[in-house]
Each structure stands twice: as C-alpha cells, then as structure tokens.
Design a protein. Structure first.
Length: 442
C-alpha cells in the first residue's frame, strides 16, 4: 500500500479533523481521505480560541499562516489581575516570549472556515461529507467499516464507508471513543460554569494583552482581542464544588457548546467590577449572543485506540480551557498522526500505535495539569488574602509563590521556546522521507 492508496476516514470536521485531512494531504495522501461530520451544514459558530506557538508553527507549515494572521490578533502579554484590576503578574506570549511563531487569538468560526476552505481546495469538494452521524464501526481484515445515519430527514437512511483507518476526531461526546471505551459515562464537571461571548468593542488596554481578572472565589473573567474589531470574553463562576477529589460530577444540562446563555444569569457577578481600561459589564451587555457551558473534562485514557481505529483532539484528551491548549494540541495530534502514517503506509495499525505512543503521555500530562489548576489556586489565594485589593503584589504573595504561578503556566500552556525553535520539521518530503529540515519560521 502506498500513501496515495491509503484510505483514512475522519469522524468530525472540527479543528482536529480538518487539520488531520490537511496534514495527510501534505504528507502525500490521495483521494482516500474523507471527513464525515454529523452537522448538516458547517457554520461559523462559537467564540474565540487561542492558537499557541506550537500549533501556529504547524499550521504555518501547512501554508495557512498568512490566512490566519489576516483574521487574528497577536497577544504579546498575559496579564493576571485581581477583580479590582491590580496587577498580580504578567507573562510574555508568542514572539515576545522568544518563539519564532506568534500566539494568535482568532474567532473559532473564522479558524474553521480557513481550515474547511483549504481542505476543499486541496482534497476536493467531496472530501468533507456533512449530515453523517456515526453510529457504529467494526474492524475487519481489510481495515474498518463504519455505519452512519444520514441526517437528511429520510427515516432509515444509512451510509456505510470503508477505510484502512478510522480517526475519531468527533469531540467531547465522541461516538468513536464510546465504541472503544464503553461505559465511560458523561463528562466530568468541576463545578465551574462559563459564559462566553464576542463583542464589537475597542481592544482593552494596549490591544496586545490577554487579561485574566479575579479568581474562582467566586468569579473571574478572561478577555482578549480578536481580529476584525472584536473582543472575546469568558466569564467563569464557581457555583458548586467538584463531586470527587481530582475529578468531578456529571454536569447539569449536559455539556453542549451551543447552549444559549442569559445575560441576567452572569451579569450580577460582574456588575460592580471597576477596572481601568476594561469595562467588563459593558462587554457582557454588548455581546449579540451568549453561550453557557460547564467546565468539563474526562479522565485520561491509558490507550486511545485499537486495531485500525484511534482518537484525536477532544475525543482523545478533553481538558479544561485554563491552559488555552486544547485546540493547539489537536493540531499537534494531526501532524504527528499524518507523519506516522506517511512513514508506514503499508502498516497503518503500526502507525496508529506509534502516533499514540508519542502523543498520549505528554497530552495526558497537560490535561491533568489543567485539572489541577495550580495557577488558579494562587489567584484564589490573592482573593482570600486581599479581598479589597492591594498596592503591590509583594504584599500578598511571596517571590516563591509568584515563581510557582509561572511554573504552573508552563505546565498547562507553554512549551520550551528554544526546543520548539530548534526542532526539525514534522513535514514529509514530497519524495517520501520525513523532513529533517531546520525549523520553518513563521
């Protein structure tokens, strides 16, 4: 079997699934790559997302760097304050932190549109098939057969697709994961509810800063600029304690990214906030649409797949968004998976196991670090020690405690800049070998 002959079926047309299709195409795969999604129409939904430098590098190598930069903002600092706007600490981001690639803040819908357009341009208009909800899959001597329910309104309509490899990139409620790991149960909630919105407004502060203000005692807000005169905000409130130590409880109302939120539910937590340069209440009131979502994850898996089936992105490792790393890790999954399949076109199952061996341990560590929330515990400490604010943070936190916050951020968010800058490319040469070229600059 050659790369061109390899049939890869990807369940899910989100960031991970579309990045996988583009990565496979760049690695020499042919017309056998198909992305199937349950939605009848792929529409630009959601709110903002941060692409960290390690993901921007991979998307740049896929030829999307200029398209992304045209619709994104580039934050240079992550600023932590208390609810009164007093500075706790700041961390440089992207190129300001020494990376060769920026961190980019972009509307999730704009990112998905760029990925989708690129897949259709490069793999053809039939590479992405919508309205197909995966119901079951079974491995056999020739690979894997997947059964889909066609969501076109016709009762009993089904579609069967055969492939050498099935990649479950179908998100938090993954049908592929459910088939591989039955009985897992619903996602686990840590007691924090999130309201998200995008507001047309001038960018806060200098326009290059992400702000995390407040703490989970009981509320905090995350604010950062997007491209196109938009500002993204996430209001987070602890409304209950976790159900079990280190994990959580089933979320009320499930976990649905499209669930509409109500301004009246979230505004009371922030109506009296006064922060120079940041009108929190105004941002909340100005959003055309508010989405409400519980902060959930799942327990890490010891293995992702079996035989010709594997998982990727949120289907493999859903994590709390405290590190802004979930989407970025899905992009890395896609690149490594495509590289391993290119290395072993005649042994796709071996390629899946090699992909899993490289990615599972590191990404599970990130997910557990996000669940541990060490930096957020320090913000809670500030709120407890100085509920009415402070003049300088050294009156509240010791140098060791501030250093611990910086270390915590590296565990959940950052990679080593020098290591990323020097790492050879994961791209595959047209002739067949994995590139050993020096890092490609953004």
């Amino acid at each position: 079997m050659t790369r061109e002959d390899l049939r890869v079926l990807i369940a899910g047309a989100g960031i991970g699934g579309l990045s996988t299709a583009l990565s496979l195409h760049a690695a020499g795969a042919g017309e056998g790559v198909v992305v199937a999604d349950a939605s009848r129409r792929l529409r630009p939904v959601g709110a903002g997302i941060n692409l960290l430098p390690h993901a921007v590098r991979e998307l740049t190598e896929l030829g999307l760097g200029d398209r992304l930069a045209a619709v994104a903002a580039e934050p240079r600092e992550l600023l932590f304050t208390d609810r009164h706007g007093n500075r706790i600490t700041g961390h440089p981001r992207g190129r300001a932190a020494g990376y060769r690639w920026p961190q980019l803040s972009v509307h999730r819908g704009a990112l998905q549109r760029i990925l989708l357009e690129a897949v259709r341009e490069r793999l053809g208009p039939r590479a992405v098939r919508t309205g197909l909800a995966l119901e079951d899959a079974a491995a056999g001597p020739g690979g894997v057969r997947a059964w889909f329910r066609a969501r076109d309104g016709a009762a009993g309509t089904g579609v069967t697709l055969d492939a050498d490899v099935l990649v479950g990139a179908d998100g938090l409620h993954s049908a592929v994961r459910r088939g591989l790991h039955p009985g897992e149960g619903p996602p686990l909630w840590n007691g924090i509810r999130m309201w998200r919105g995008v507001t047309e407004a001038p960018p806060p502060l200098d326009g290059r800063t992400m702000i995390i203000a407040g703490s989970y005692r009981p509320a905090r807000v995350v604010v950062y600029p997007l491209g196109g005169g938009l500002v993204n905000w996430v209001a987070e409130v602890r409304v209950a304690g976790p159900g079990v130590p280190g994990g959580g409880r089933p979320a009320p109302h499930g976990a649905d990214w499209s669930r509409r939120g109500r301004l009246d539910d979230v505004l009371p937590y922030f109506a009296d906030w006064r922060i120079d340069g940041l009108d929190v209440a105004g941002l909340l009131r100005g959003a055309a649409r508010i989405l409400e979502y519980p902060m959930v994850d799942r327990d890490p898996l010891a293995t992702w797949g079996a035989g010709p089936v594997t998982l990727l992105g949120d289907a493999a490792h859903p994590m709390y968004p405290v590190g802004s790393n979930g989407g970025s890790q899905a992009v890395l999954d896609a690149r490594v998976l495509a590289r391993e399949l290119a290395r072993r076109p005649g042994d796709p199952e071996g390629a899946l196991r090699a992909y899993e061996a490289e990615r599972l341990g590191p990404v599970n560590a990130i997910a557990l670090a996000c669940r541990d929330m060490p930096a957020d515990r320090m913000l809670d400490t500030v709120a407890e020690r100085a509920p009415q604010g402070f003049r300088c943070i050294e009156e509240v936190l010791s140098a060791a405690e501030l250093a611990a916050m910086r270390t915590a951020l590296r565990r959940t968010t950052d990679t080593d800049a020098a290591e990323l800058n020097a790492r050879p490319s994961w791209s595959v040469r047209p002739g067949g070998d994995v590139s050993g070229d020096a890092a490609v600059h953004g």
